[in-house]
Write a protein of this length. Structure first.
Length: 327
């Protein structure tokens, strides 16, 4: 993959889950076809390893000193958390990125050659109901405190220096437990917040020159129609507010990317916390990969089509590399 230009888009259609299989048998096939162009398409037979192999060059870009962002977008329950975080034994992109950095024949060793000093630090934030929270806070209830943003930084957030794989895994696992997750009508463990994992690199040469790079990996909260989430039911006001906030910030993200693609000077970064924090990592010389996740069932056809339209909007590819998708 040649990493020139701005945004790459992969689409990943997850397999039907055992409990969904029975429901999908009687689904009527649609006749109408839509065609979209993407950089990569993963069907249900593709593994975490396959997705990692395609995403790895982007992680390498961060190590080489670029501001790089990978984010997962899609309907609730479509496989974003599975793709970005995964489970032990079936790890997703964040865990594999850390292994790439610190594992055998490490990138860190490579970077440290010739007396260079490599320092790394990790930041873990969630954006819940348009409030930025620090998942690395160790104060009791500290992760529920809302942080202000100045420029594109969460004021007072912890940048935890890290030196080894085990250390990063430990803080990541703790942060995952603190993340706001709730049951919705579509997903028993739905992430109700955007999860932002950032690793900063700084390589200082003997003459004092510094090379910095940043890798952001975001597991975004799932988009969902109010009726499907069950949020419009009386007494579920909190869920309604969450769903509205999630949808609003995802539509702001889409607007920002569209304006960047069009070369517009007025990019509405300040319209949501997510785009404020990602301001320096979208556009310009940054490298961005969006993994659009999709549910394979016909019942979710409209949501899948919306996600694919979002993907098509941000991924203006030339027709030579078009792959077809029909739903
Ligand atoms: N490629 C896959 N292979 C097998 N199972 C998968 C795959 N992708 C997702 N799943 C399973 O599907 C379910 C929903 O996935 P996941 O929680 O990752 O969705 P999500 O998009 O993060 O949802 P939300 O936005 O509600 O948090 C989980 O049980 C997950 O293990």
């Amino acid at each position: 993959m040649v990493l020139i230009g701005s945004i790459r888009v992969f689409v990943r259609v997850r397999p039907a889950l055992p409990e969904e299989l029975a429901a999908s048998i009687n689904e009527e096939k649609r006749r109408k076809k839509w065609s979209f162009g993407f950089d990569n398409l993963f069907d249900p037979s593709h593994s975490q390893e396959d997705v990692w192999e395609a995403a790895e060059p982007l992680v390498q870009c961060a190590i080489d000193g670029h501001n790089t962002t990978l984010f997962a977008y899609g309907q609730t329950g479509s496989g974003k958390t599975h793709t970005m975080l995964g489970d032990s034994g079936n790890e997703g992109i964040i865990y594999r990125s850390i292994r790439k950095l610190f594992g055998a024949k490490t990138q860190i060793e490579e970077l440290s050659k010739g007396g260079k000093i490599v320092s790394l630090s990790v930041e873990l934030l969630e954006i819940y109901n348009e409030q930025v929270r620090d998942l690395l806070s160790t104060k009791a209830g500290g992760h529920e405190t809302s942080l202000k943003i100045s420029g594109n930084k969460a004021v007072g957030s912890i940048n935890q220096p890290v030196t080894n794989e085990a250390g990063v895994f430990k803080i990541l696992q703790r942060a995952q437990k603190l993340r706001t997750v709730k049951a919705t009508s579509s997903n028993a463990t739905s992430s109700r917040s955007h999860f932002l994992f950032t690793i900063d690199f700084c390589v200082t040469s003997e003459d004092g020159t510094k090379q910095v790079g940043k890798l952001n990996v975001c597991d975004l909260a799932g988009s969902e129609r109010l009726s499907k989430s069950g949020a419009n039911v009386t007494g579920r006001g909190a869920l309604l507010k969450e769903t509205q906030n999630i949808n609003l910030s995802l539509s702001n993200l889409s607007n920002v990317i569209e304006k960047l693609q069009n070369g517009d000077k007025n990019v509405p970064y300040r319209d949501s916390k997510l785009t404020m924090l990602l301001q320096n990592s979208l556009g310009g010389n940054s490298k961005t990969l969006c993994i659009v996740c999709a549910n394979p069932l016909q019942t979710h056809f409209h949501e899948t089509l919306c996600s694919l339209r979002f993907a098509a909007k941000i991924n203006k590819v030339d027709l030579k590399s078009v792959q077809n998708f029909s739903a």
